[in-house]
Design a protein around this ligand. Sequence first.
Ligand code: NAP
Ligand code: MN
Length: 267
Amino acid sequence: MKFAILSRGDSNSNEIRSKIKNYLKEFNMEYCEDEPEVAISVGGDGTFLEAFHTYNHRLDKTAFIGIHTGHLGFYADWTPDEVEKLIIDVARTPFQVVEYPILEVIIRLKNGGEEGRYLALNECTIKTSEGSVVLDVDIKGEHFETFRGDGLCISTPSGSTAYNKALGGAIIHPSLESIQIAEMASINNRVFRTIGSPLILPSHHTCLLKPTADKSFMITVDHYTHTYKEVKSIQCRVAKEKVRFARFRPFPFWKRVRDSFVADDKE
Ligand code: NAP
Ligand code: MN
């Protein structure tokens, strides 16, 4: 079996990276950065996002494992002292896989400009440095509202604990194939009106965001930001692809939420 390891780049993560690499080679596994069947990230959730984007063109063939060298992460949920056990489990294939839904973002430009298709593990956000973001929001082909404010965040269930949470969005269990639209400081008065609550869309509903005026938009996909001009529309829906986690022990999502945000004591 082929594996690859991504490190955050600090000395501690690099050390764990070479330790895993040597161990797995002893188990006759092949180090292969081009076509790994297992991609291991060593660092934080940010490192895991990087691993996801490195292999997002082969999600059906690569399973992910995240080891955290800092605080407990949502994707990086293995500790460095579990590494030995983890390696024996990885080497003893086949392993179980858990799938989580991800977000598909299609950006279309005016004048038949090039289409871009992106996959997000956490979220996509739309912001601008040129005043307010004004977007016509269509849901499932029907006009829903005209949004005016700082921006919108469209997140996956596993990304709902990231940026979305800071915006007052709900935490969604990743077994629910859905996306969530959360507002960033919407303008609400007698002239402008938005729903004001986060919306959760099922997998067969598409959300289409259409700028009402020509501005330059900062569109983020996870930790990447690009600036676009002449945006015709941004289409978001649950992707047909999924992210696959190699699973060797149960670590329920709600326990991860509690350990990260409430308390990590054992009571
Ligand atoms: P970062 O600035 O280090 O990320 C912000 C924090 O979010 C870090 O503590 C990161 O964990 C954590 N995080 C990432 N994904 C998470 C998830 N699914 N659930 C809970 N926490 C999560 O930048 P980054 O590491 O490159 O991560 C990019 C992400 O930052 C974006 O996808 C977005 O979700 C998030 N973000 C959050 C805010 C906000 O909360 N106001 C603003 C901008 C971006 P690690 O320290 O383990 O990396
Ligand atoms: Mn980070």
